[in-house]
Design a protein around this ligand. Structure first.
Ligand SMILES: Cc1ncc(C[n+]2csc(CCOP(=O)(O)OP(=O)(O)O)c2C)c(N)n1
Ligand SMILES: [Mg+2]
Length: 390
């Protein structure tokens, strides 16, 4: 479903921007854009079918492969944290379709601003998974070179990346580029002032940015009903740009809707809010215990809508994938898991003093003081160690 602003600045070309919300009775649950039902049945959608009409069986298998390997990588990282190899991990379990669908909709020259959970999008952008793990192991100072894959560093300050994305989008528009920007954020982040400001700026400057909100129903222990009284996608209406709610567990729908939104941005039609309605099946991070605040039945209900299973059912029913494909993928998944474990365990500890080197190009008295303090602190451990050995 799409919601169009009454203050639209330009006539919209896409059929996907009709104003339809007013027809709904008050309080009704808005429809999701869905192309694959939870049972794996392909359903028609007059507005968005066109964006996946030419998808080949090979590309469908590719989406499936992306989701399976991302889930495996994520599970491996969770285990590595439990084994003390990573400091923390934020699992994406359940959100694979939202991330792979939207990630595969981006073009190489588009620019992505993630949160800390976008491992599937990082995968689509070609970021080496080892870099993600290095960050959560605390052995690199941020992760990767953002410009290598047009994939910005993970951002933990909730919502702030929507402002960075808006500024970046305003910049590329001024440069005359026909690429677009996509900013990821969560349902909890939607309450942040930064997100409200980015909506205002992007609307009034007509910035080529897609706001992709993964509504995974929870912001740590706060449910979405503590963030909003209206479905999140409807927020866009008040800012003057379209909002769409898509089934976030349907990889095809996420691909189609994100393509549509990115194309609008490229045509100079401004921002779009995409709300991918999904569920965080795991804990918020490895430091969280969701059994303290939510019922098991809730997770079980969402397991029935698993994004990977529904695409598998569709692939099998339409004869787009045979047993050989699934067996090969299983082997590839095992190999990825093994590689991830080996790579993480082999990561060298960084030089403890390197962090002081990049704060100022020409050095700074305060940094010198802090370095000296840190050196003294480190030395106190060395004394203890020696004491034990003697
Ligand atoms: C500005 C700011 N406030 C609070 C936090 C602590 N914090 C980390 S994650 C989180 C919840 C975010 O929820 P949501 O936006 O729904 O994203 P999700 O983790 O569910 O993907 C909070 C409050 C933070 N990192 N930054
Ligand atoms: Mg959330």
């Amino acid at each position: 479903m799409t919601v169009e602003s009454t203050a639209a600045r330009k006539p919209r070309r896409s059929a996907g921007t009709k104003r339809t919300a007013a027809k709904k009775p008050p309080g009704a649950q808005p429809d999701l854009v869905q192309l694959l039902t939870p049972e794996g049945k392909r359903v028609k959608n007059g507005e968005y079918d066109a964006y996946v009409a030419d998808i080949t069986p090979e590309e469908l298998r590719g989406l499936y492969r992306d989701m399976v390997l991302t889930r495996r990588f994520d599970a491996e990282a969770t285990s590595l944290q439990r084994q003390g190899e990573l400091g923390l991990w934020a699992s994406l379990l359940g959100q694979e379709a939202a991330q792979i669908g939207s990630g595969r909709a981006t073009r190489e020259d588009d620019y992505v601003f993630p949160t800390y959970r976008e491992h599937g999008v990082a995968w689509c952008r070609g970021v080496d998974p080892a870099n993600l793990l290095g960050m959560f192991r605390g052995v690199n100072n941020g992760g990767w070179d953002p410009n290598s894959n047009n994939f910005h560093l993970y951002t933990i300050v909730i919502g702030s990346q929507t402002l960075h994305a808006t500024g970046y989008a305003m910049g590329i528009a001024k440069d005359g580029a026909d690429s677009a920007v996509i900013a990821y954020f969560g349902d909890g982040a939607s309450s942040q002032g930064d997100v409200a400001e980015s909506f205002t700026f992007s609307a009034v400057y007509n910035a080529p940015v897609v706001f992709f909100c993964q509504n995974n129903q929870w912001a740590i222990s706060e449910p979405t009903e503590r963030q909003t009284r209206v479905p999140l996608y409807q927020r866009a209406q008040g800012y003057g740009f379209p909002g769409v709610r898509v089934d976030g567990n349907d990889v095809l729908a996420c691909l189609a809707v994100t393509k549509w939104a990115l194309e609008r941005a490229r045509r100079g039609e401004g921002p779009t809010l995409v709300e991918a309605y999904t569920y965080r099946m795991g804990a918020h991070t490895t430091s969280d215990d969701p059994t303290k605040y939510r019922a098991d039945e809730e997770r079980e209900a969402w397991e029935a809508k698993d994004p990977i299973l529904r695409l598998r059912t569709y692939l099998e029913a339409s004869n787009h994938a045979d047993e050989g494909f699934f067996a090969e993928l299983e082997a590839e998944s095992e190999a990825l898991g093994k590689r991830v474990r080996e790579v993480v365990r082999a990561m060298p500890d960084p030089d403890r003093f390197a962090i002081f080197e990049n704060a100022y190009a020409d050095g700074h008295a305060l940094v010198d003081e802090e370095r000296a303090q840190f050196a003294a602190y480190q030395a106190s451990f060395a004394d203890e160690g020696e004491g034990i050995q003697r």
